[in-house]
Design a binder for this molecule. Structure first.
Ligand SMILES: [Zn+2]
Length: 507
């Protein structure tokens, strides 16, 4: 189309990636700068102001938006000491208010009747504003930043989760009339189910664990592995095309289920593909190859009169790629020194910010992060999709949105961006957030475990520093005192509950 920038994508082949590890480093090359303050401003805007009209259709996914916003603040290290404490307490109540009386969470307060409309678990029709699987995953993850995952009705939630599993091992999204499992066979549901199970059961063996029957883990693993295709990627379900998003969901699910070697869930580097322990993925070599091949070089040329005009002379100097090569050569550089490496989700597709996450996170979980072109990937995110108002767009030229902004930020954290917290690719949150869940799991499965009191009364999110000596860091001491004071004064903002105030900033 006339006047539009022309984009071309080339596959970053194995050869090129190998070359990149040995290519001469040009100290004169300017590294793109990650503007942390700009991103903090963007996320503050998402939390405190009315979101653009385009978000109206995402009302049923508000818990996912809530998680992205809270987790972004956490990654940026500006949680508890920057957010208004009343907002944090209100957010916690907002999340808990979406909990369904029969277990699990609804996606938004608008998708749940007031509690008095639900009778008992047996009398209430199961399809009356039912709980939703992805919403439950996001609710637990979001709650972790403003409270504890143990504050939900864990047993009810796990029983509800069990009812969502089909005979073939797959999971549905909701329970419909007469307990019918509804929703497609979607790999995203496998990921949500495996993560909810991990969050609420943990890997711990305890008496309380035996009180709730587990899901059929073997069945779920079998279903996931059936979705692996001939090329090594995973599809939405069996007999579907490989797709990077579903591939991540499959691999992360196996990790959460403990069906990949334990060390890999900690993103251990350097595990060899031939490692016999890697039994969770059927054709590991193919999966790694397929993931690695999703990395594509993004080349943007100047304005073109007509992109659709056939290139009769590809070697002609009017070819922008040739021009770029010539200009770089004159500066003593090669094309590889300017690579902006994005990732696509499928063969012959262009790169998209969210696929940088799905692909890179999968390689990290499999212990193959050495195959990621980290420098090129960082350049793609910061130079091409980072937006001038903060956040990340789907691709260059688009406005930023909450989903792509979070996954762009998460990818940078995963790649080791110094201004961001260390990232866990399996849970898609900071390592600190994961550690806090582990401590909370230990607390509610083993109520007398040492260290329980350390986390009592913490109502604010922030740097969740492990406290080995039993003392609170100063920030938490202040928070605890303030919490007590507010409680005594009766100023804890739990009632009346008004979720729209939290999200619109009209407090
Ligand atoms: Zn995307």
């Amino acid at each position: 189309m006339a006047g539009q920038k022309r984009r071309t994508y080339t596959k970053a082949s194995a050869l090129r990636i190998d070359n990149l590890t040995t290519v001469k480093k040009f100290t004169t090359m300017e590294q793109p700068v990650f503007n942390k303050e700009l991103h903090i401003k963007y996320w503050r805007r998402c939390l405190k102001s009315v979101l653009p009209t385009e978000y109206t259709s995402t009302d049923s996914s508000r818990l996912s938006l809530g998680f992205f916003i809270l987790s972004a603040f956490d990654l940026l290290g500006v949680g508890g000491d920057q957010l208004d404490r009343k907002d944090v307490a209100g957010l916690k109540q907002w999340i808990l208010n979406c909990e369904h009386p029969n277990g699990g969470f609804c996606g938004s307060p608008n998708h749940k009747y007031p509690s008095e409309y639900y009778r008992s678990a047996t009398d209430t029709p199961s399809d009356m504003d039912p709980a939703n699987l992805p919403a439950t995953f996001f609710a637990l993850m979001a709650l972790n930043f403003v409270g504890k995952v143990g504050e939900v009705d864990r047993k009810k939630c796990l029983k509800w989760l069990q009812k969502l599993q089909r005979e073939d091992g797959s999971f549905g999204e909701t329970l419909g009339k007469d307990g019918k499992i509804e929703g497609g066979r979607d790999m995203r549901y496998c990921q949500c189910a495996a993560a909810i199970r991990w969050i609420l059961r943990g890997d711990l063996k305890s008496k309380s664990q035996k009180e709730v029957d587990d899901i059929n883990v073997d069945g779920l693993e079998g279903h996931i592995r059936k979705a692996e295709t001939y090329d090594g990627g995973f599809g939405e379900s069996f007999e579907h095309e490989s797709h990077a998003g579903y591939t991540y969901c499959g691999i992360a699910s196996l990790s959460n289920l403990g069906r990949l070697p334990g060390s890999l869930s900690k993103s251990e580097e350097g595990a060899e593909p031939s490692d016999p322990k890697l039994t969770g993925v059927t054709n590991l070599q193919d999966t790694i190859r397929w993931l690695m091949s999703r990395q594509v070089n993004y080349v943007e040329s100047g304005d073109e009169e007509d992109d659709e005009e056939p290139q009769t002379k590809p070697e002609d100097s009017s070819n922008p790629a040739n021009n770029e090569i010539e200009q770089l050569a004159a500066a003593g550089l090669s094309l590889e020194d300017t690579y902006a490496i994005g990732c696509n989700g499928r063969l012959n597709k262009g790169p998209d910010t969210c696929y940088s996450f799905w692909v890179d996170a999968s390689l990290y979980i499999l212990g193959q992060s050495k195959l990621i072109n980290k420098e090129g990937s960082r350049r793609w995110l910061i130079e091409k999709t980072q937006h001038m108002i903060g956040g990340f767009a789907k691709e260059p030229g688009y406005p930023p949105d909450i989903y792509h902004s979070y996954l762009g930020l998460g990818t940078l954290a995963m790649l080791g961006e110094p201004d961001l917290k260390t990232f866990d690719p399996v849970l898609c949150a900071s390592q600190e957030a994961k550690s806090k869940i582990e401590r909370d799991i230990a607390e509610f499965l083993e109520p007398d475990a040492p260290g329980k009191s350390v986390w009592d009364n913490i109502v604010l999110m922030g740097d969740m520093v492990p406290v080995s000596d039993g003392k609170f860091p100063k920030f938490w001491t202040d928070a605890e005192e303030e919490h007590k004071k507010m409680k005594e004064e009766g100023t804890l903002p739990f009632q009346p509950f008004a979720p729209e105030n939290v999200w619109s900033g009209e407090t």
